[in-house]
Ligand binder design. Structure first.
Ligand code: GDP
Ligand code: GDP
Length: 436
């Protein structure tokens, strides 16, 4: 299970976000967005030639003004080097090579990362001639594009996709549950992993991931055999900008993409913060299993309603996806650490389960009979048949005469029926309506 990540770097105003939107748009048309999850301005999925990959506009995460400091760009580029497989370095043909471009090119050359040098705003043929000066950056071939019109992006993407790591079969075949521990800085991720795995870390093997930035370690603990997904981002704690909260979200991307189930840690003393919600959304958007762990519970002065009140607060912020286990733990005293692992394994099983088609149809067609889709423009929508599609995450197709008339609330109703009748706790569900 490997993730492929391409990052966009470059000075302000060269057209990074325009390019980002173009790369995300072409894919949005193909795939439904998960209900209720807002789109991230700086992170999304794209695909080209059948290869799916994530795109991160690192520029969106740093101060984006004309008088941006070189230090700020440095952070952006180092972050991209840490987190991405390929870097799209965007420059602007209108302004030519600037000092900042030179500085970025220097860092990239030294990093040995795969780089695609993108000369943007090449809107006409004259500008192709102007663009030649960018060979001077010493990063090899240049790709002239116009993010505005999309011209040239195809040739650029051919090369980009080719530079992404190939999915290896051995990795894909790895049957063990892949768990990860994610959350804002200082919520207790490392403490939890230590509490779970013990001081002398019962490491069975150290398997280097498909990319050199991720390490998957195998454990056998409390009777479970599982992998913990760890990334450069987690290990290089404190090194780069952990103080800036948005970096923690970005650093979670690869970890989340490489996991089956994510243990999202919150800090009980801080309540639910915006960044917690962002990371939760990232998990849901990637359709991974999730368990919420409220850590540092030992520090809370509790009464009989404390857990209930906290759980309600979480559900309110994480709505509409609220069928998520919430466990109150202390990594310090090891309270319920075992329970957290047990629950993660249950969520793993929930996510893997395949419902028999006969059983599924009995439940869902019954539900449709009780409450059918509302008629649209006098036309009645009839749902005839449903099936679970083969997919790593529960995905259901419902066949109907007029699937285009099914609206979000009805989809939500079907999802709730699935959750009421089967155990999908902690697991995002996808539902598609198809023509029959
Ligand atoms: P960012 O700061 O690097 O994210 O840059 P933006 O994507 O916000 O773009 C900066 C400006 O350049 C905007 O006014 C865009 O409309 C413009 N722009 C982006 N791509 C192109 C392009 O391909 N051609 C032209 N002529 N303008 C572009
Ligand atoms: P990370 O940045 O998410 O990996 O967080 P750490 O594991 O480094 O923990 C941050 C701080 O919180 C450290 O000082 C820990 O000792 C403390 N901490 C972690 N878990 C607990 C807990 O359950 N209870 C208390 N009281 N402190 C904790």
């Amino acid at each position: 299970m490997s993730s492929k990540i391409a990052a966009i770097v470059g000075r302000p105003n060269v057209g990074k976000s325009t390019l980002f939107n173009r790369l995300i748009e072409q894919r949005k048309a193909i795939v439904d967005e998960t209900a209720g999850v807002t789109r991230d301005r700086n992170y999304g999925k794209s695909q080209w030639n059948g290869v799916e990959f994530s795109v991160i506009d690192t520029g969106g995460y740093v101060v984006n003004s004309d008088d941006v400091f070189e230090a700020e760009i440095n952070k952006q580029v180092h972050l991209a080097i840490d987190e991405a497989d390929v870097i799209m370095f965007v420059v602007d043909v209108e302004s030519g090579i600037t000092d900042l471009d030179d500085a970025v090119a220097n860092i990239l050359r030294r990093s040995k990362k795969e780089v695609v040098l993108v000369v943007n705003k090449v809107d006409n043929n004259q500008r192709i001639l102007d663009a030649q000066e960018f060979y001077g950056l010493g990063l090899g071939e240049i790709f002239c594009i116009s993010s505005m019109t999309g011209s040239g992006t195809g040739d650029m993407l051919d090369v980009l996709v080719d530079k992404l790591p190939k999915t290896s079969d051995a990795d894909e075949e790895h049957e063990l549950p892949h768990l990860s521990v994610v959350g804002r800085p200082n919520v207790g991720k490392s403490s939890f992993i230590n509490a779970l795995t013990g001081e002398n870390r019962n490491i069975v093997t150290d398997v280097a991931g498909t990319t050199r930035d991720s390490i998957h370690t195998r454990y056998n603990k409390f009777g479970h055999d599982f992998m913990i997904v760890d990334t450069a981002g987690l290990r290089k704690k404190g090194k780069v900008n952990e103080d800036l909260e948005f970096y923690s979200v970005l650093r979670s991307v690869r970890t989340i993409e490489s996991s089956d189930v994510c243990l999202l840690i919150l800090d009980a003393t801080r309540g639910v913060e915006a960044q917690d919600v962002n990371i939760f959304n990232l998990i849901v958007r990637n359709k991974k299993g999730v368990v919420v762990l409220v850590n540092k519970w030992d520090l809370i002065e509790k009464d009989t309603h404390s857990t209930k009140k906290f759980a309600e607060q979480i559900q309110e912020r994480f709505a509409p996806f609220t069928d998520v286990p919430i466990i109150f733990i202390s990594a310090l005293t090891k309270q319920r650490v075992h329970k957290a692992l047990e629950t993660a394994m249950e969520v793993y099983e929930n996510r893997k389960q395949r419902i028999k088609t006969s059983e599924l149809n009995e439940v869902l067609l019954g539900a449709v009979e009780n409450y059918g889709p509302p008629a649209v423009k006098g036309k009645f929508v009839k749902i005839k048949y449903c099936t679970q599609l083969p997919s790593p995450t529960p995905t259901f197709a419902l066949f109907a005469n007029l699937p285009q008339y099914i609206r979000e609330p009805y989809k939500r109703y079907i999802e709730n029926q699935l959750r009421d009748n089967f155990n999908f706790t902690g697991v995002p569900i996808q539902i598609f309506f198809r023509q029959k």
